[in-house]
Design a protein around this ligand. Structure first.
Ligand code: SAM
Length: 291
């Protein structure tokens, strides 16, 4: 087996050889602990049938662990300076394709033509923290059905995604993700295993696709609009937030009032207390009562 990229000494050696300097603006914090990488691969339950998509391979620390365990790995890296570095560090692996592209611009469905065998598709990544949420939504809303994501992110964002109703962290992001996926925090990662060290704690979040969405809604776009509207001003009641988004005229008031009544939801409650089921009930009532 090749010497791990992800030790502090080998990482420094690679950076020096290629004259690489970190770009903070691209969220470049490289992992330098093979044990953590092994734990990530284990949490993702990758085997020789798994096709893996990686976001931001950096110098290939995680990529090589994925390449050893998976069938194939498709990695998207935005920084052109890393492309020759990756060609060098990943040369021992013939089951990896590195694509020089911004992940937010990638048509995932099209790019996954690379995979030469059908099998579960999993996203495994140490995400660039400055765009964690846009990346998550880009993947979840793409035409490609990703079965599982095991991704490192700021602990605070992982907490928000996996939050339960009635907690401070619960919001429209929790609902947007939990609608499609079951979310759990796999483990916490200390700052000390990165070069350079980030300012915040990190967590590995595991998301597993549900067979069907968590709740049945008649109009998905309206459901997500409702959940966003309900959290715009967290300290306000549901009623006030809904009036602000849907209009304050008599017709709108009547529509909202009768829908809330039909869904058996007290308008004086705050959005953060409503479960996914309750939001679905309210969204379906609003749809049914539309003029
Ligand atoms: N996977 C490596 C590791 O664990 O050591 C690097 C992880 S580092 C936190 C994030 C990586 O994402 C960097 O290599 C950065 O250049 C890359 N990146 C940042 N923005 C990106 C984007 N929009 N699309 C693709 N890659 C991006």
């Amino acid at each position: 087996m090749n010497k791990d990229i992800a030790t502090p000494s080998r990482t420094r050696e690679i950076l020096q050889k290629h004259g690489f300097s970190f770009k903070k603006s691209l969220g470049q914090n490289f992992l330098t602990d093979p044990n953590i990488l092994q734990k990530i691969v284990a949490a993702a339950e990758i085997d020789e049938h798994t096709n893996v998509i990686e976001v931001g391979p950096g110098i290939g620390a995680l990529t090589e662990h994925l390449a050893r365990a998976a069938h194939q790995v498709l990695a998207f890296e935005i920084d052109d300076r890393l492309i020759p570095v990756l060609a060098d560090t990943l040369s021992p692996y013939d089951n990896v394709k590195v694509v020089h592209q911004d992940i937010l611009q990638v048509d995932l469905k099209k790019e996954t033509d690379y995979f030469d065998q059908s099998g579960p598709i999993k996203v495994v990544a140490n995400l660039p923290y400055y765009i964690t949420t846009p990346i998550m939504m880009h993947i979840l809303e793409s035409d490609l059905v990703v079965d599982e994501l095991v991704v490192m992110m700021q602990r605070e964002v992982a907490d928000r995604i996996s939050a339960k109703p009635g907690t401070k962290a619960y919001g429209s992001l929790s609902i947007a993700v939990q609608y499609y996926m079951e979310a759990t925090t796999a483990f916490i990662v200390p700052k000390t295993v990165f070069i350079p060290q980030p300012n915040v704690d990190s967590a590995i979040l595991r998301l597993v696709r549900r067979k069907t969405p968590a709740v049945a809604v008649t109009n998905e776009a309206e459901f997500f609009k409702l959940t966003k509207a309900s959290f715009i001003l967290r300290r306000k009641t549901l009623w006030n937030n809904l009036l602000n988004s849907y209009g304050k005229d008599d017709a709108a008031k009547k529509w909202l009032e009768s829908s809330l009544q039909q869904a058996e939801i007290d308008p004086k409650r705050r959005g953060e207390t409503l479960s996914l089921e309750e939001f679905a009930r309210l969204s379906n009532a609003l749809e049914a009562n539309k003029k």
